[in-house]
Design a protein. Structure first.
Length: 240
């Protein structure tokens, strides 16, 4: 399964400006609001909320900010966010999945559709590209001289991981989504520092863009979608 751009995405997140980091937390906060509404405010019993708290911490969100969001959405709150998934095609048939958390479906749908119309090929029906992806838990650990690859792999597999891969800069550990938290906890208990542990949509195959125009349009599509406050995640099978 190795070969997707998860590490590149992590590095991109770390390079964001303060304003961009604030936008990232706004997006995670909306996801947390949905998780609290669906499963309660206790991260011990609400695995989705627990994973989002870890996601926030991985993005350097202060604990006080996380606690404020949990407190805010634990009681009655007038703002209700819905989770929506859009599927479509970018240049040259690149498959794109957009996950959003919004309090205004019409606004978000219009903005997402406009981005696809302007830079991609267009939105499609639900299911038009999702069959090209597989949902997995992905744990990223940065390589270092202190980490023995064989021991890490053994620890991960004993904890319930499905697969183990290695890239130039990192180790990638794959789980079924429901086992992500347990495997991450086991690795942390064994002394490994986790860079990222999130659910991801892994493409079954990738598309390489050849023309400069397609490359430019695809990057503009991704930038426009990721800049949208309602968009929480964007997945694609572009071989960058």
């Amino acid at each position: 399964m190795s070969g997707h751009s998860k590490w590149k995405n992590i590095m991109h997140k770390k390079e964001k400006t303060d304003a961009q980091k604030a936008k990232v937390f706004t997006k995670i906060g909306k996801e947390m609001a949905i998780a609290i509404r669906e499963g309660g405010a206790d991260p011990v019993s609400n695995s989705k909320l627990r994973d989002l708290i870890q996601k926030a911490k991985a993005n350097n969100v202060p604990n006080d900010n996380i606690d404020r969001v949990i407190k805010k959405f634990s009681g009655d709150n007038s703002v209700v966010y819905d989770e929506i998934t859009y599927e479509g095609y970018g240049p040259s048939g690149v498959a794109v999945i957009v996950k959003a958390a919004t309090d205004n479906r019409n606004r978000t749908a219009g903005e997402v559709r406009h981005a696809f119309d302007k830079f991609g090929a267009g939105l499609g029906q639900n299911g038009c590209v999702s069959y090209l992806f597989e949902e997995k838990g992905v744990i990223i650990i940065e390589k270092s001289d202190k980490i023995d690859e064989d021991k890490l792999m053994e620890c991960a597999l004993e904890a319930g991981a499905e697969d183990f891969g290695t890239e130039d800069e990192c180790f990638e550990i794959y789980t079924v989504p429901s086992d992500l938290y347990a495997v991450r906890e086991a690795l942390e208990a064994a002394g490994y520092e986790i860079m990222s542990a999130e659910s991801d949509m892994i493409p079954q195959n990738y598309i390489t863009l050849e023309s400069e125009e397609d490359l430019k349009r695809m990057q503009l599509l991704l930038d426009t979608l990721e800049d949208n406050d309602d968009v929480s995640e964007v997945y694609h099978n572009w071989e960058e």
